[in-house]
Design a protein. Structure first.
Length: 380
C-alpha cells in the first residue's frame, strides 16, 4: 500500500489508529487555536503528512485543495505547521505507547530485547547535524517502540530510553558509556553493548584493573572468551559500579582487515591517526553484558548482537523509502513538524503492514484495535 492511498481512500483507517486523546491533545498543545479552515486534529495531521511526503509548502497547499481538505495558501500552511510542531513531536510517542502484545516465543530468551540507536538529519545546505532521532526497536515485535527527537546536542545514551523491568537493551559503541549503562541497570534493565575500551574502564571482581586486550590475545580465530568484570564507579557523576560479563570473539583475518581499513578511513576523514590499541582491538568483537550467564550464554550474546542490522534497516527505510533524508524545512518549528510527520508515517505504514484486516477499494477499513461491529466516527 502506497502513501498516496493512505492519505486518500484509507484515511478513515489511519485516523482510527490515532490515540484516544488525539483531538483533545491537539487543542491542549495549541496546535488548533481557532476552528477556521483547519477544523480538527485529523485535518491538521493530514496536512502535515502531505507536506512531509510532497516536499514543499506550495505543493502541499495545492494537494490539500485538490483533495477537498482545506483551501490554504503556502504561507498559511507554513504557519499552521509551525504552530503544530510541538503537538506533532509528541504524536509518535503517543502512538507507540498504545502497545500490542508480542510473542516472546520468537526470541531465544523469554525477555523483551530492544535495539537502541540514533540517526541524524540535516537541514538543506547544512554541513553538520541539526537533529538527532533516537529510536528504540523491539526485536520481539520487529518494530519501532520508542522515538525521541532532539537537536544536535542530544547525545546517544542508554539513559534516554524508557525501560520496563527485565528489558535487554542492545546497542553499539556509541552507547558504551558508564553513565548510560548505570542508569539502565538502575531502572531495572540489562544491557548488551559493544564495548568501547577507552570509554568504559573495567576491573575484575576483586577490583584490580582489567586489561581487556591482554586477556583477548590468547583467543584463536573464531574462539569465544568470557570474563567476569565490573565497571568503575564515579560517585561525583552519579555513576554506580555495575557487575557484568565481557564476551569476545576473534575475527578472521579478512574481517579484521576490513575493520582496520574502516578505522583508517574514519581517522583520515576526521584528521587523526587510529591508535595502535584501536587497530589491535579491531581484531575482536567485544561485548559487555549485564545479563546473567544462566539466562544468556556467551554464544547467545554474540548471536543477539547480530540482530542490530534490523534497526539499521529501519533507518534506511526512514531515510530512503519514507523520505527522512529529503527534508526541505529550514526553521526549527517546521523542521520539527516535518520529521515528526515522517515518523508518524513510518509507524502507520509499519502497523498497517501487519494489521489483521483487509484494506479494500471501498474506502474504509477496520484497524487492528477496533472491535468488530464498532463504527468509529472519524473525519473523512
Amino acid at each position: 500500500m502506497d502513501i498516496k492511498t493512505l492519505l486518500g481512500s484509507e484515511w478513515r483507517a489511519v485516523v482510527a489508529m490515532m490515540p484516544a486523546d488525539f483531538e483533545s491533545s491537539a487543542r491542549e498543545e495549541g496546535a488548533i487555536q481557532r476552528a477556521r479552515k483547519v477544523v480538527d486534529a485529523a485535518t491538521l495531521l493530514r496536512l502535515a503528512l502531505i507536506y512531509a511526503t510532497s516536499g514543499g509548502l506550495r505543493l502541499t497547499a495545492a494537494l490539500a485543495a485538490e483533495q477537498g481538505m482545506v483551501d490554504l495558501s503556502d504561507v498559511a500552511v507554513l504557519k499552521r505547521l509551525r504552530v503544530a510542531s510541538r503537538w506533532l513531536a509528541g504524536l509518535p510517542s503517543q502512538l507507540l505507547a498504545d502497545k500490542r502484545q508480542y510473542e516472546q516465543s520468537r526470541c531465544r530468551i523469554p525477555r523483551r530485547i530492544r535495539l537502541v540507536d540514533a540517526t541524524t538529519v540535516s537541514r538543506p545546505g547544512s554541513k553538520g547535524t541539526d537533529w538527532r532521532v533516537h529510536v528504540g526497536y523491539s526485536l520481539s515485535e520487529c518494530r519501532i517502540d520508542h522515538v525521541e527527537l532532539t537537536d544536535a546536542r542530544g547525545g546517544e545514551t542508554l539513559g534516554r530510553i524508557p525501560v520496563q523491568r527485565g528489558d535487554i537493551l542492545v546497542a553499539d559503541r556509541g552507547y558504551s558509556h558508564a553513565k548510560g549503562i548505570s542508569d539502565a541497570v538502575a531502572a531495572g534493565a540489562d544491557v548488551l553493548v559493544r564495548l568501547n575500551c577507552s570509554a568504559v574502564p573495567l576491573t575484575d571482581p576483586d577490583g584490580a584493573p582489567f586489561k581487556v586486550l591482554e586477556h583477548l590475545r590468547s583467543l584463536p580465530v573464531g574462539a569465544i572468551g568470557e570474563w567476569s568484570v565490573c565497571t568503575v564507579a564515579k560517585p561525583s557523576k552519579e555513576v554506580a559500579a555495575v557487575r557484568a560479563r565481557l564476551v569476545a570473539v576473534r575475527k578472521t583475518e579478512e574481517a579484521t582487515e576490513v575493520a582496520r581499513s574502516k578505522l583508517r578511513r574514519q581517522g583520515s576523514k576526521n584528521g587523526h591517526t587510529p591508535s595502535a590499541l584501536s587497530l589491535e582491538a579491531a581484531a575482536y568483537m567485544i561485548l559487555l553484558t549485564t545479563v546473567p550467564a544462566e539466562e544468556m550464554s556467551a554464544e547467545q550474546s554474540l548471536e543477539i548482537y547480530r540482530f542490530r542490522w534490523q534497526i539499521e534497516l529501519a533507518f534506511k527505510n526512514l531515510k530512503s523509502v519514507i523520505g527522512l533524508s529529503k527534508m526541505a524545512a529550514k526553521s526549527p518549528e517546521l523542521s520539527t513538524a516535518y520529521i515528526s510527520a515522517i515518523l508518524v508515517m513510518a509507524i502507520l505504514v509499519d502497523r498497517l503492514a501487519t494489521a489483521p484486516t483487509d484494506f479494500s477499494p471501498w474506502g474504509y477499513a477496520t484497524p487492528w484495535h477496533v472491535q468488530p461491529g464498532a463504527s468509529p466516527q472519524v473525519p473523512v
